[in-house]
Design a protein around this ligand. Structure first.
Ligand code: GLN
Length: 275
């Protein structure tokens, strides 16, 4: 079978997923150990039995609801390549908003030097910030031992020095901090139950946060207030519909200058409060 035929048949097989052609192209390139560009330049080439079998296995896995990133164990984020598996959430492009925001704040306010990433998972936020501005003091934490293992893999692979603490939110994190960033779990239990019923493999611990998805954020805001220096910033990723309530909680705890930042899809994605 040629590469062209394998792509055509694969696309047909994956027609129920959102982006069939993209997914099969990435999976076939991964199977062959070449880039997507090389793949597209090799349409007439034949694929041998073993490669074909591996490709079919990947297609089946994708069809069963497995994300391409878990199959490849790779996800691009902010120009870096992260290792991912079922122990962590797959980094989303939306979360790059959080990284850009921390970098903007550090560039604008020269005194903002100590940045901490809470619920770091893969480490994508903390490691991207440190990679873009190595002069910052960036640290990270997560409550999950599984996530810690993946964080260490990424820190080693990318060779970006970011200290890590295994702890609940900011418990025991050295303060004062200038900027706290976090992509905490913020889906509702109902949303996560539906995802799990559809065999979604991401860890519920990284996604679910109670009836309204705000259980973790409700704890993080007062802890953030205690850990920030005067005028420091707390930047939290959440869903756009949650922003009014998060803004209210910020105000209740005395945060000021509450602002929102939109993601690439033009939805409010990060809410910022200043101490
Ligand atoms: N943005 C993710 C999603 O919609 C949720 C991430 C999170 O809960 N931190 O799947």
């Amino acid at each position: 079978m040629t590469i062209r035929e394998a792509l055509r048949e694969g696309t047909d097989r994956l027609r129920s997923v959102e982006t069939p052609f993209l997914d099969v192209s990435v999976l076939l390139a991964h199977t062959l150990g070449i880039s997507k560009e090389q793949l597209f330049a090799s349409f007439p080439d034949e694929i041998t039995g073993k490669t074909l079998k591996q490709y079919c296995m990947y297609l089946e896995k994708r069809l069963s609801g497995y994300p391409v990133s878990y199959i490849r164990h790779r996800k691009e984020f902010f120009g870096l390549e992260f290792y991912v598996d079922e122990r962590v959430l797959v980094p989303r492009p939306d979360t790059e908003t959080l990284v850009e925001l921390a970098l903007d704040l550090s560039r604008t306010h020269k005194t903002c030097r100590r940045v901490h990433d809470v619920c770091t998972g893969t480490g994508c936020v903390a490691l991207s910030i440190k990679s873009a501005m190595p002069e910052l003091e960036v640290s990270a934490s997560d409550i999950s031992e599984d996530a810690a293992e993946v964080f260490f893999l990424n820190r080693k692979k990318l060779e970006i020095p970011v200290p890590f603490s295994l702890c609940s939110l900011l418990d025991g994190i050295e303060s004062p901090l200038d900027i706290i960033v976090s992509n905490p779990p913020y889906l509702t239990d109902g949303e996560v139950q539906r995802m799990k019923a559809g065999n979604w493999p991401e860890p519920a611990l990284a996604l679910a946060a109670g009836v309204d998805g705000l259980d973790v954020i409700r704890k993080l805001i007062p802890q953030g207030l205690d850990s920030l220096c005067k005028d420091g910033y707390l930047c939290i990723e959440a869903a756009s519909w949650q922003m009014p309530e998060i803004g209210r909680i910020y105000k209740e705890h005395g945060f000021r200058n509450i602002t929102l930042k939109r993601d690439l899809g033009n939805r409010n994605r990060v809410i910022i409060g200043q101490k």
